[in-house]
Design a protein around this ligand. Sequence first.
Ligand code: CA2
Length: 146
Amino acid sequence: MKILVLNGPNLNMLGIREPEIYGSFTYKDLVSLIEDHCSDKGIEVKCLQSNHEGDLVDYIQQAYFEKYDGIVINPGAYTHTSVALLDALKAVSLPAVEVHISHVDERESFRQVSYVSYYCSKTIIGKGFDGYIEAIDFLCGNGPFN
Ligand code: CA2
């Protein structure tokens, strides 16, 4: 299995501010956690982050051309605004799971809207970094979640 893990704007700032919402671990820690898990399970993984909506669209399209089996996506604030990311996911038609570190359902009302959720087969919220692992295992059929 070959999985792309995509993170959107400001997620490169993890651990730097707002630890009460996003925890005190960094983006680098997140990537290490994901890479270690995938190496244990024999999953090929690539982690990418961008602050730019168009880059994220490009990465989703690349996943199709590079024959990835699935996408884990935390679109950051673009979750709540981006039809372009929704359309990109629909265009490539790869299995996809949406992850949010925080409890978006208990925060401001604008965070309770997600465009990508119209496409994603599962949305994992409020589980911190573990949500990414759950999403990968779901896509790979490994976890207790299938
Ligand atoms: O809970 C999540 O994972 C979010 O996708 C994170 C996004 C936010 O806009 C979504 O509503 C929910 C933002 C991540 C910003 O991360 C920061 C990290 C450190 C300091 C400030 C922001």
